[in-house]
Design a protein around this ligand. Structure first.
Ligand SMILES: [Zn+2]
Length: 505
């Protein structure tokens, strides 16, 4: 059994082919130690002369070409047998007998190479072709900024075929034996074969996350769809996605935590912290939504955490400053971000309180000035009127009553009082005039009419008093009053103005 402890394919990323040392140096996968030494010397001479190291392999020339440092790193990598065995897996293999397909690729005839590898001869050519097709499609897909989706589909499909080609893995095992290094045990080829699917999927997953972070949700989803449709094990796909998302998730978590910490230390900054957190988090969460299913526990947890932190930040701010005005917008955004019933309910409750506080903080009539304690407009209401006939055939009416205080500023209260006083004065004035007229009439022939008039004026006083008491508001102000939420709510529940039903003593 393999007793060596290797860690194959742990550092595989989207630069896999751009940094592949065979591609960078132009050496072939079967380069000997001597070949490597000679290439290294050539590169050193070039470096001394200040000449560029060249474009690397002619099979898929690098654009831009590698610099001297990249070439030097590539040589170093080739001297590490474990890394080298990995790197061989991601470069073209020759089928030995004057490889026509590689010659075509060297000439830039990509389609010809593909065609030749799609119809290989038996034996080694077939084993190598399955692998070369995978490398070609995958490298081209990763080279291209906006690759044709068909290329990605082929890359994953060809890799699946190469993984299923036992003869190719026999070749890898033979290469591992040739390396003759204690770090590469007899199980190396099997281990590479077992780890390769996760490594390939991790590249696609990282690209999906990168696209999602750039706001390219459709491109991110396309990668995910390809991964899920590739035939690789679904659990591996999910693990790859979770791993690729992990750095983004932990960044978001730490942003959430530090926003809350800062708001805790300086509550006046709480509103700014909440807004900044939401502004950063919302696009990231939307991007992750393109990568992970909406009901993914990781995504749900993140959404709740961000929403909860934003809520706490703005509450710290409100409690400190008494300014609840900006809290509403933040809480609405937090509510839209949260997922779990628990967090959503907490936010909704705070939102309701804030909205109520806001209604009561501003004069309901002018909607401008802060409301003034003690200047509130008291509205008596009654409702739930119930009438029953008692055992003695008498009516008994019961009802509930309450007084709603509508927030009002001192200015509006004073304007309302002035109007009330005017109404009084007008009612009083006209009644006094009529009374005087009645008095005059009693000393004339129309004595009877005078008496009637004087009696009517008493009723007039009572009416004026009642009118002034119950209708101190203008028509407009009265409409505004009716629209007050708490009053509207009672109207809708069938309540009316006044503390008791009409006609009840
Ligand atoms: Zn006002």
């Amino acid at each position: 059994m393999n007793t060596t402890k290797t860690s194959f394919l742990t550092q595989v990323g989207p630069d896999l082919y751009r940094e592949n040392p065979f591609r960078v140096t132009g050496l072939t996968v079967d380069a000997t130690a001597r070949d490597i030494r000679r290439r290294s010397e050539e590169l050193q001479v070039k470096a001394k002369l200040g000449a560029p190291p060249g474009t690397g392999s002619a099979l898929l020339p690098l654009d831009p070409p590698p610099d001297a440092d990249a070439a030097q790193r590539a040589i170093q990598r080739l001297r590490d047998p474990v890394r080298r065995l990995e790197d061989e897996l991601f470069w073209f293999w020759s089928s030995r007998d004057g490889d026509e397909a590689l010659a075509a690729l060297r000439d830039g005839r990509v389609e010809d190479a593909e065609r030749l590898w799609s119809d290989p001869g038996p034996g080694r050519p077939a084993a190598v072709a399955a692998h070369n097709l995978a490398v070609l499609a995958h490298a081209r897909a990763l080279d291209d900024e906006a690759p044709d989706p068909g290329l990605w589909e082929r890359a994953l499909r060809h890799w699946r075929a190469a993984l299923d080609t036992g003869a190719f893995w026999d070749l890898v095992a033979a290469r591992a034996r040739t390396a003759d290094d204690p770090r590469i045990g007899p199980g190396a080829a099997a281990e590479l074969r077992e780890r390769l699917p996760a490594a390939l999927l991790s590249i696609s997953a990282r690209l999906a996350v990168r696209e999602s972070e750039a706001g390219e949700h459709a491109k991110a989803s396309a990668h995910i769809d390809l991964m899920r449709g590739s035939g690789f094990d679904g659990a591996l796909v999910e693990t790859a996605l979770r791993d690729a998302v992990a750095p983004v998730a932990s960044r978001l978590r730490s942003q959430s935590r530090s926003a809350l910490e800062r708001a805790d230390a300086t509550p006046e900054s709480g509103h700014g912290e909440a807004v900044r957190l939401l502004e950063r988090a919302e696009p990231v969460l939307a991007g992750l939504g393109a990568v992970l299913p909406g009901d993914h526990s990781l995504l749900e947890g993140l959404r709740d955490e961000v929403a909860d932190s934003a809520m706490r930040c703005v509450i710290l701010y409100g409690n400190e400053t008494g300014d609840w005005h900006p809290a509403e917008g933040v809480l609405e955004r937090a509510e839209a971000t949260a997922v779990s019933a628990n967090v959503r309910t907490r936010i909704a409750e705070n939102l309701e309180t804030v909205r109520e506080n806001q209604v009561y903080a501003i004069c309901w009539f002018c909607k401008e000035n802060p409301s003034h304690d003690g200047a509130g407009f008291q509205v008596k209401m009654h409702g739930e009127v119930n009438e029953e006939i008692t055992a003695y055939y008498a009516r008994r009416i019961t009802w509930r009553k309450l007084t709603i205080t509508v927030p009002r500023c001192a200015g509006c209260a004073s304007a309302h009082r002035t109007r009330r006083a005017k109404l009084w004065a007008y009612g009083l004035g006209s009644n006094v005039a009529l009374f005087a007229l009645g008095l005059v009439l009693t000393s004339t022939d129309a004595f009877g009419a005078g008496v009637v008039l004087m009696i009517l004026t008493f009723a007039g006083f009572a009416f004026a008093a009642g009118f002034a008491a119950t209708t101190p508001l203008s028509k407009d102000a009265s409409d505004v009053l009716h629209a007050f939420p708490a009053i509207q709510e009672k109207f809708q529940a069938g309540w009316s103005f006044g503390h008791k039903p009409p006609g009840v003593q």
